[in-house]
Write a protein that binds this ligand. Structure first.
Ligand SMILES: [Zn+2]
Length: 446
């Protein structure tokens, strides 16, 4: 646009010399000066929402370069009417292999301030730091600037990053309950447990989850024999009729030649027939010795600096830099990375249900993909990222949600007490009789 303005002025200038002489020349020079001023003053600075970049206009340029494929980049209805600043428009983007939040925001011309604000709001969740192909990002615009970004991890789990008047974002996880449909699977083993499970209708992921849960009770490779039987009650999650890929194991009975292994879900944890927790055990703290808790886990905490109420998804221990950090449970390293706010951090997945996270480290001694056993040294604590004093921020996640590690660890060693047992036994017996009915149906169908 500016180049055209200048060319037009030059043409006018030449024409004025030919026809009207001095007056025309003066007018043309005035016009040239005006064009120059307009061209050099950034209109964004005059806009009331000056710190917010007019992303809508920039996106037009990006999509014009064809850096974004058509099927992953769709304008919502009304996107054409973006000339009206009052119009709320948006678009969505599907995360591709190799994408990082850094790459995506560069692709969409986020300026440093916008990117920094977004990253800061995500420093507790680290969800944008952990995007996977197939996740979607929905961008909502208001007054030609980003007003909200929704990260859709699956139909049941989203995180909304809402822009405030001061330009900062507030991140809020949204969990959609959906409907859980029960399904009972029964079969006897011919070759292996996993093949018998898949033949009964389980997904490989569901088989893996069961094997992970019971691996401390039975060796699936060695102990399972031909003729062993199982009954499994699962619940699969659906949102608007669409499966989310999430499954909850409700109950399992595995009748082996030598022993019967049972696990029943009760108040979020698995117990055997005697009411003893069957899940893997975790250490209370990821370090040796005694260190002060500098900040407790809280879903509603008053921020010491801003005074705003903000959740704290982990427990902070006042470890001096260089203190050895140990894995609290068996698992596999899934992530080692550096984040502007969280610093050098690492994540361990402990089977399908649990995940632990260790932040602000000075050194990491393990690699992604590495198998870890409980008590193994994995890192040294530090003060990396944006923090005021050295500490270890330790997180414990159950089924994708951060929980208080101190409470969660206590459950992992627990046996139900006499007050809780009657209700548990009642729930267990309901499952057991359902299994008997299911097995009976199978026999009568033969
Ligand atoms: Zn913390």
């Amino acid at each position: 646009m500016r180049t055209i303005d200048i060319l037009y002025t030059i043409r006018l200038f030449l024409a004025s010399i030919d026809k009207k002489g001095q007056i025309g020349l003066g007018l043309a020079l005035l016009f040239f000066l005006f064009s120059w001023i307009v061209g050099h003053v950034d209109i964004r600075n005059l806009h009331p929402t000056s710190e917010i970049s007019p992303l809508v206009l920039q996106i037009e340029e990006t999509s014009g370069e064809k850096t974004v494929s058509k099927d992953t980049f769709t304008y919502h209805k009304g996107a054409k009417a973006q000339r009206s600043p009052a119009e709320s428009v948006g678009f969505e983007y599907t995360v591709q292999p190799g994408d990082t939040i850094d790459k995506i925001t560069t692709k969409f011309c986020f300026d440093k301030k916008l990117y920094g604000a977004l990253l800061e709001s995500d420093k507790d969740l680290l969800a944008l730091d952990n995007i996977k192909p197939g996740f979607r990002l929905v961008f909502e615009n208001k007054h030609q600037s980003i007003s909200k970004i929704i990260l859709v991890q699956n139909p049941a789990k989203k995180i909304a990053y809402t822009r405030q008047h001061n330009g900062q974002f507030i991140a809020k996880p949204i969990h959609i309950k959906g409907t859980w449909k029960p399904i009972t699977l029964s079969n006897s083993v011919e070759h292996s447990f996993s093949r018998a499970m898949v033949r009964a209708g389980a997904s490989p992921q569901e088989v893996n989850e069961i094997q992970q849960l019971l691996k401390y009770k039975i060796n699936f490779a060695k102990d399972i024999q031909k003729g062993d039987r199982f009954n499994v009650l699962l619940a699969r999650q659906f949102v608007d009729g669409e499966p989310t890929g999430r499954t909850k194991l409700k109950a399992i009975q595995l009748i082996n030649k030598h022993k019967t292994i049972e696990a029943y879900l009760y108040k979020g944890s698995y117990y055997d027939a005697k009411g003893k927790n069957v899940e893997q055990s975790f250490d209370l703290k990821p370090f040796k010795g005694e260190y002060r808790i500098s900040s407790h886990f809280s879903l509603r905490r008053k921020h010491p600096v801003t005074g705003r109420y903000k959740p704290h998804y982990g427990t902070d221990y006042a470890l001096p830099t260089g203190t050895p950090v140990y894995a609290t449970g068996d698992g596999e390293v899934v992530r080692v990375t550096r984040h502007q706010y969280a610093g050098l951090y690492l994540e361990i997945k402990h089977g399908p249900q649990f995940k632990t996270r260790y932040l602000h480290l000075s050194r990491v001694l393990v690699k992604p993909g590495q198998k870890i056993s409980r008590g193994m040294q994995i890192a040294r604590s530090g003060a990396s990222g944006r923090i005021t004093a050295a500490h270890l921020h330790y997180e414990f996640h159950v089924n994708g949600k951060p929980v208080n590690s101190i409470k969660a660890t206590a459950i992992s060693h627990r046996t139900l007490n006499d007050n809780e047992k009657p209700l548990f036994v009642k729930a267990m017996n309901t499952h057991r009789s359902a299994f008997v009915r299911q097995a009976g149906t199978l026999i009568s169908q033969r």
